[in-house]
Design a protein around this ligand. Structure first.
Ligand code: NDP
Length: 272
C-alpha cells in the first residue's frame, strides 16, 4: 500500500500536537499517510527542506522559528503567506516545486465564527502583537468583514510597519498598547503568555460583550484570559481551536478533503 509522508518541522518541536491531530484526521477521512515531527537544527532548515521535500515528504507544516525561512524557500506563495512573510504549510507539487501557504488566518476565523459563534461582520477587533502570528491573520480577519481592525504592539513601529504592508481600503489602523480602543473581539497574538506576562493594556479595551481570545493555549486559562475575565469579558477562549482549524486547512490543501475538527478537538484538548 502506498503511504504519503508529512511532517511538522520546528525547533523545538517535541511538544507539537500536530502529529496526533493529522493522524486523527487521516483515520477519520480514510487517507493513507503518516505524519511525524522533525526537529531541525536552527541553521539547517533550508537544507533539510530541500532534501526531504525533494524526496519523501509530500508536505510539511512549519512552526517556530522557521516560518519566515519557509516563505523564502517556496517557489510560489498564496497571498496570505506573501503579505505575512510567513509560511506554515508547504506542499510539493507534481513538478517538484514548492508552494507555500499560511493557514493561521483561516484557522482563527473559523474557530471564532464556527466554533465560538462570533459574528465578525462589522465587529471592532483589536489584535495585540505584530509578529508572525499577527501578520498571518490580518488578511483573513479583513476578508471576514470586520468593521475595524486595530493592530497594537508594545513596539509601536512594528505595528505601523505591519499595517503598511496592506493595501489602503482595508479597515486597518495601528496604535500603541495604551491607546487601544474598546473591542468586540480582543485577540492576543503576542508571546507574552509564554512568560506568564500580560500585555500592558488599559482596562477600557474590555467591555461587557468582549470576546477575549489568546492564540496561546493550555490546560489552564492563560494569564491574558484571566486578566480579561477579571475585567468582565463575557467570553474567553484560547488558541487550541485555532491550532486544530489551521491544521484542517493544511490537510485540505494536501489531501483535498476537509476533516471534521470537532471530534479531534474533543479528543485532544489539554485538560488539567
Ligand atoms: P513573535 O516572536 O513573532 O512575536 C511576538 C510578539 O509578542 C511581538 O509582537 C512582541 O512585541 C510581543 N510580546 C512579547 N512579549 C510581550 C509582552 N510581555 N508584552 C507585550 N507584547 C509582547 O511570535 P509569533 O507571532 O510567532 O507568536 C505569537 C504567539 O502566537 C505565540 O504564543 C504562539 O504560540 C501563538 N501562535 C498560536 C497559533 C495557534 O494555532 N494557536 C498559531 C501561531 C502562533 P514586540 O514587537 O514589542 O517585541
Amino acid at each position: 500500500m502506498h503511504i504519503d509522508h508529512y511532517a511538522v518541522i520546528g525547533h523545538p518541536v517535541a511538544h507539537s500536537l500536530s502529529p496526533r491531530i493529522h493522524t486523527l484526521f487521516a483515520r477519520q477521512t480514510g487517507q493513507q499517510l503518516d505524519y511525524v515531527a522533525i526537529d531541525a537544527h536552527p541553521d539547517g532548515f533550508p537544507a533539510l527542506v530541500r532534501a526531504r521535500m525533494g524526496a519523501d515528504l509530500s508536505g510539511a507544516n512549519v512552526t517556530v522559528p522557521f516560518k519566515a525561512e519557509a516563505c523564502a524557500l517556496a517557489d510560489r506563495l498564496d497571498s496570505r503567506a506573501a503579505r505575512a512573510g510567513a509560511v506554515n504549510t508547504l506542499r510539493r507539487e507534481p513538478d517538484g516545486s514548492l508552494s507555500g501557504f499560511n493557514t493561521d488566518g483561516p484557522g482563527l476565523v473559523r474557530d471564532l465564527m464556527t466554533n465560538l459563534g462570533c459574528d465578525l461582520h462589522g465587529a471592532a477587533v483589536v489584535l495585540i502583537g505584530a509578529g508572525g502570528a499577527a501578520a498571518g491573520v490580518i488578511e483573513a480577519l479583513c476578508e471576514a468583514g470586520v468593521g475595524r481592525l486595530c493592530v497594537a504592539n508594545r513596539t509601536a513601529s512594528r505595528a505601523e510597519a505591519l499595517v503598511a504592508r496592506f493595501a489602503s481600503g482595508w479597515p486597518l489602523s495601528a496604535c500603541t498598547l495604551d491607546a487601544v480602543p474598546a473591542a468586540d473581539v480582543l485577540v492576543n497574538a503576542t508571546s507574552a503568555s509564554l512568560g506568564g506576562a500580560v500585555p500592558a493594556l488599559p482596562d477600557r479595551v474590555v467591555c461587557a460583550g468582549t470576546l477575549a481570545y489568546d492564540m496561546m493555549y493550555g490546560a489552564a486559562p492563560t494569564p491574558f484570559l484571566a486578566w480579561a475575565r477579571e475585567r468582565g469579558a463575557a467570553n474567553c477562549a484560547d488558541g487550541f481551536g485555532m491550532l486544530v482549524e489551521q491544521a484542517a486547512e493544511a490537510f485540505l490543501l494536501w489531501r483535498d478533503v476537509r476533516p471534521d475538527t470537532v471530534p479531534v478537538m474533543q479528543a485532544l484538548r489539554p485538560s488539567s
